[in-house]
Design a protein around this ligand. Structure first.
Ligand SMILES: *Cc1c(COP(=O)(O)O)cnc(C)c1O
Length: 393
């Protein structure tokens, strides 16, 4: 079945007693019991499927996990309290029985650098960074550093580079290395990393999956080989998403295929408009013919779906000019986060890359005139009109 069908059907409509609810309800229960105590014993022993305690499993969370697992083609999923927690669980999962060495892309979400350098490094996890779009660099690092894990994002933030994850998965497989892909920006509508040989995938569900700016959540997905250890982490630590947020995320995902298609089309039009605007110096968008990863994009992304993030540089502008431009916006929401139904704008030097020293930021290609837009589902004319008046000011 197609993703648009699975998005509204998978995980839902389980028989719960004599009736079948059309959507899985919010099970705000910490524990579950049975009329016969022997049944609870069998549930604890994993002899029958059932619920006993919400850290072990909760019907609302399980419905969401089944839904995302189905969309990504994973063996198992765990819904976590945030995207960052999902990343931590994924790294723990991959490193538990392997040497503590991570080869990471040098273009990651800001907090992911902190997770590696400040949270995991004190526990002996050693990280080396490479340009994930440069296969020669990746191959050399695999050979020399012998990492247990390669960590990268499908579409990077904020310069929107697209890594050849199929080729990296191949190289990693030969080297016996586990690949973790943060698929937040691409969503399963654009890229399904399991089909490319990736064993562990992570999402910040806060973004496109939930999609409405009302949930903080994350998802870890894995293949069969990692499933048992994921269950150990789930049951022991309970890094889980609560039933209310699981419900909202599931509700959001039902329209994920519709939203993403509309957002991608809007982004395409916006990128094209920005490219011709005299106050815009440069546009970053995977759909542009001059994109440095053109070949990978043509191979990995569906035709016409290039994601819904667009970044651009304002001509002859520094921080003050960028702030003045942002303050003139009336419709576009000036807030951190992305993937919501409304269009949002963010200034990476102030937010996602605030803690990166200016020199290093410059080296990463993130200049002080760079603005990032997460395109929503509005009529794109209205978004363009807002940018037009703000750029004219
Ligand atoms: C937002 C984001 C995260 C972190 O997710 P939270 O839900 O904010 O914890 C991780 N990776 C990427 C690519 C993100 O955009």
């Amino acid at each position: 079945m197609k993703l648009a069908t699975l998005a509204v059907h998978a995980g839902d409509r389980r028989k719960l007693g004599p009736h079948i609810p059309v959507t899985t309800p919010i099970y705000a229960a910490a524990s579950f019991f049975y009329e016969d105590i022997g049944e609870l014993d069998r549930v604890f022993a994993d002899e029958v499927r059932g619920y006993c305690y919400s850290r072990y499993g909760n019907p609302t969370r399980a419905a969401l996990e089944e839904l995302v697992s189905t969309l990504e083609g994973a063996h198992r999923a765990l819904a976590c309290a945030s995207g960052m927690l999902a990343l931590e669980v994924a790294l723990q999962l991959a490193l538990v029985d392997r040497p503590k060495r991570v080869l990471a892309s040098d273009a990651l979400y800001g907090a992911t650098f902190k997770l590696l350098d400040n949270v995991l490094a004190p526990f002996g996890v050693e990280t080396r960074y490479v340009n994930a779009c440069d296969l020669t660099q990746v191959a050399a690092a695999l050979e020399e550093f012998r990492p247990s894990v390669v960590l990268l994002e499908t579409i990077s933030n904020p310069l929107l580079r697209v890594a050849p994850i199929d080729r990296i998965a191949e190289l990693a497989k030969t080297a016996g290395t586990v690949v973790i892909v943060d698929n937040t920006f691409a969503t399963p509508i654009l890229v399904r990393p399991f089909e490319l040989g990736v064993p562990i995938v992570v999402h910040s569900a806060t973004k496109y999956l939930a999609g409405h700016g009302d949930v903080l959540g994350g998802i870890v997905l894995c293949d069969e080989a990692h499933a048992a250890n994921l269950t150990v982490l789930e049951r022991t630590c309970g890094p889980v998403l609560g039933p209310f947020d699981a419900y909202l995320t599931m509700r959001g995902i039902k329209t994920l295929p519709l939203r993403v298609e509309r957002q991608c089309e809007n982004a395409r039009q916006l990128a094209d408009w920005l490219r011709h605007h005299p106050r815009v110096e440069r546009v970053y968008f995977p759909g542009l013919p001059e994109h440095p990863d053109r070949e990978t994009i043509q191979r990995l992304l569906p035709n016409g779906l290039y994601g819904a993030m667009v970044s651009f540089e304002l001509k002859d502008a520094g921080r003050d000019e960028v702030f003045a431009f942002l303050n003139r916006l009336k419709l576009i929401v000036k807030a951190t986060s992305l993937g919501d139904v409304h269009t949002m704008v963010l200034y990476p030097a102030m937010s996602s890359h605030r803690d990166v020293p200016p020199k290093q930021r410059e080296r990463m290609g993130i200049r002080d005139n760079l603005v990032r837009i997460s395109v929503g589902i509005e009529a794109i004319e209205d978004v363009i009109a807002d940018l037009e008046q703000a750029l004219a000011g």
